[in-house]
Design a protein around this ligand. Structure first.
Ligand code: FES
Length: 102
């Protein structure tokens, strides 16, 4: 299958702009795998946090997909996805500033 993926990138003025990608994937793939594919094969300029634990425990891969906060290492791909950063201060594209946990 191909997934139609829209990613909220940051333009030169710091505003959000949606960029569309067509990504080959399997229905068993996770959203994080789609992001990695885009980064490695289509758009190496995209900023996102790669998965750390890959099993849902660290939370560093969280993003908003189609309006819901998800852990992208666990969330299954769906045919059309709008991926944007968490509602926190955005550093660039999908990377946000997490609150200090100390
Ligand atoms: S990579 Fe740790 S929760 Fe997804």
């Amino acid at each position: 299958m191909n997934a139609e993926v829209y990613i909220a990138k940051t333009d030169e003025h710091g505003n959000k702009k949606w960029v569309r990608y067509e990504v080959p994937c399997a229905s068993s793939d996770r959203v994080a795998q789609v992001l990695r594919y885009i980064y490695e094969h289509i758009d190496g300029d995209i900023a996102y946090r790669p998965c750390f634990c890959k099993r849902g425990s660290c939370g560093l891969c969280m993003m908003v997909v189609n309006g819901k906060c998800v852990k992208t290492c666990l969330a299954a791909v769906i045919p059309v996805m709008h991926i944007e950063p968490l509602p926190l201060p955005v550093i660039r594209d999908l990377v946000v500033e997490f609150p200090d946990r100390r």
